[in-house]
Write a protein that binds this ligand. Structure first.
Ligand SMILES: O=P(O)(O)OC[C@H]1O[C@@H](O)[C@H](O)[C@@H](O)[C@@H]1O
Length: 322
């Protein structure tokens, strides 16, 4: 009788909360791993706040990561989603960024994990569509800042990078705030390495009607608009300014990824192909160019001026289609 009296009561009027997403640190504290109750998973290296893995519920990897990528903080990561800020490539005649590393210092600094938020429960409402958002921060004066940035980027700034995992999509969002008393100029880009099965079967739509700058063949700078889907048959390195804000990557007749931009005017499409991959020490296997295509949303064809006290934001959402 006593045992029965002590049993906890089940309140049938209180709906059970769905299971929460889990967020853990790796044993060496180098990365944050988030997993939805349904099995989708994302892994973010604090070095560069680089997303290095994104898997669906069946464990299928969506991002390409080189087998020779350095994950120890000695070099920008070859694969995943490196973050490009405040300069795209290198611009030798731009006084304020010319001494920074190629693609800037965001991808070569160790970021701070600021925390997580989940959407399983909102003011008592429950949802069956779980998601988790991870926030990372990097600011001037931070201990993890690449020393080259401290030496050559003379501004006070604050970056917040958010990675949101949903069942069918991944969103990455950057907010760059100017905390200085003077304006600064910058580029921002999300250098996403999408994983594909066979690059020769890949086609990209959503670029049509756009002019592009061809970084491989400088004669083709600002060519006439692209007609039809883009296929990859050799080294490709193009900066597009598409009219549409969604780029779709298909393999054969199957749509695979939709990449939607928010507040970004450009998309860089990059594949190093055979010779360039050969020359990149951290690119492995050497025929890995067949399994990847970089679709890189950003604003890089002109400098963005961020006034003192102002902020610049931009985001991509990669949705799984097929
Ligand atoms: O080797 P990195 O610095 O990671 O750059 C890779 C490529 O990144 C792309 O975004 C650039 O358009 C290419 O020109 C560049 O080669």
């Amino acid at each position: 009788m006593v045992e029965r009296a002590n049993k906890p009561k089940t309140l049938s009027s209180t709906p059970a909360l769905p299971p929460q997403a889990t967020v853990t640190f790796s044993d060496d504290n180098s990365r944050v791993i988030a997993e939805l109750p349904t099995g989708e998973r994302v892994e973010v290296l604090l070095y560069g706040a680089t997303v290095i893995s994104w898997k669906d519920a069946s464990g299928d990897e969506k991002l390409w990561l080189s087998e020779a990528a350095k994950l120890d903080g000695s070099k920008a990561v070859r694969g995943g989603i490196p973050l490009v800020f405040p300069v795209f490539g290198s611009v030798p005649d731009h006084l304020k960024t010319k001494d920074l590393p190629q693609h800037g210092f965001a991808r070569t600094s160790r970021w701070e994990f600021l925390g997580k938020s989940t959407s399983e429960s909102l003011e008592g409402e429950t949802t069956n569509d779980p998601s988790v958002k991870l926030d990372f921060g990097l600011s001037s004066g931070a201990p993890g800042l690449d020393p080259k940035a401290a030496a050559h980027w003379p501004y006070k700034f604050n970056l917040i990078y958010s990675v949101t995992l949903n069942r069918e999509s991944l969103t990455t969002n950057i907010l760059a705030t100017n905390d200085d008393s003077q304006s600064f100029e910058c580029h921002v880009l999300l250098h996403t390495y999408l994983r594909v099965n066979d690059i020769t079967a890949v086609s990209v739509t959503g670029l049509g009607g756009a002019q592009y700058v061809d970084k491989v063949d400088s004669a083709k700078t600002k060519t006439q608009p692209t007609e039809g889907p883009l296929t990859i048959t050799g080294e490709t390195d193009r900066v597009y300014t598409p009219a549409e804000n969604t780029v779709t990557v298909s393999e054969g007749s199957t749509e695979k990824y939709r990449v939607t931009r928010d507040k970004f005017s450009n998309v860089v499409v990059w594949n190093p192909w055979i010779d360039k991959a050969e020359g990149l020490a951290d690119f492995a296997p050497k025929d890995g160019y067949r399994q990847m295509l970089c679709i890189e949303p950003g604003t890089v064809d002109s400098w963005q001026t961020v006034e003192a006290g102002d902020a610049l934001a931009g985001a991509q959402t990669i949705s799984l289609v097929g």
